[in-house]
Design a protein around this ligand. Structure first.
Ligand code: G3P
Ligand code: MG
Length: 259
């Protein structure tokens, strides 16, 4: 059975978790997107975090800056002072010009008091950089251990988090494109996940049952079609990670599955 069933996070089931914030309507992984997600009624947000050159945890998805900001090069080659000055809004739309890459602490401070946060540890390209330590230290210092779910595709990263902060919830991400031992969660004994965060294409009655048998929750990503959301809610998923929280919430309200 699980270390904890995460009832303290999942007040609403299925929880609607805004993927990179309300990222269809605002620039992903910015405070603007996180604020909007909560305004739209999301129960939680998902974000991606990696380290700057001076080891500041910054909230951004890509290892490179070009797609979402006016910067160039690798995130980990820049200091926080440099990254914090970039425009992370204009590439999305002119209306968001001046939006910034957030420091994880600023997101935890503002959003962590109002909703729970799925923090994806995005150090796949820089394994062994100590990101897990930096994040669990920050979460502990802010007293938010029961407001976060640490997630990763890398079970070894979650294993490190488990050793550093066993009480902080962990979500093991999987997707069909991974090698079978990762896709099927064969290293789950290292990660000891409280939740399996499955790609939508892996989400079905059988995978939900398998996670339950391991005493874990199930979240599915990235679910942007209301029909998919209603179907997997009926299959018993606990969380729906989506770019369009308002659309998914409306669909679930129209088609209530569970009380
Ligand atoms: O948490 C699910 C999802 O965020 C994983 O993929 O690439 O969007 O970070 P990605
Ligand atoms: Mg992510």
């Amino acid at each position: 059975m699980p270390i904890d069933d995460l009832a303290y996070l999942f007040h609403h089931v299925p929880a609607v978790i805004a993927h990179r914030g309300a990222s269809r309507r605002a620039p992903e992984n910015t405070l603007e997107a996180f604020r909007l997600a909560l305004e739209l009624g999301a129960h939680a947000i998902e974000l991606d975090v990696m380290l700057s050159r001076d080891r500041v945890p910054v909230v951004i998805h890509d290892t490179r800056l070009e797609r979402t900001t006016d910067g160039t090069g690798q995130v980990h080659e820049h200091t926080w002072a440099e990254l914090g000055d970039l425009d992370a809004g204009s590439k999305f739309s002119a209306a968001f010009r001046g939006a910034r890459i957030p420091h994880l602490e600023h997101v935890l401070e503002e959003i962590g008091r109002r909703a729970w946060i799925n923090i994806e540890l995005k150090n796949y390209a820089t394994r062994g950089d100590g990101l897990e330590q930096v994040v669990v230290d920050l979460v502990a210092r802010m007293g938010l251990g029961r407001k976060v779910l640490l997630s990763s595709f890398n079970p070894l990263s979650l294993g490190r988090a488990a050793r550093l902060a066993p009480q902080v919830a962990r979500g093991l991400l999987t997707m069909p494109a991974m090698p079978v031992f990762l896709r099927e969660g064969w290293l789950a004994f290292v990660a000891k996940p409280h939740s399996y965060n499955l790609h939508l294409d892996q989400t079905n009655v059988r995978s939900v049952r398998a996670a339950r048998a391991r005493g874990a929750r199930v979240c599915a990503w990235t679910v942007n079609d209301p029909t998919d959301a209603v179907r997997i809610a009926a299959q018993g998923v606990d969380g729906i990670i989506t770019d369009v929280p308002d659309v998914i919430l409306a669909a679930l309200t129209r088609n209530p599955q569970r009380g």
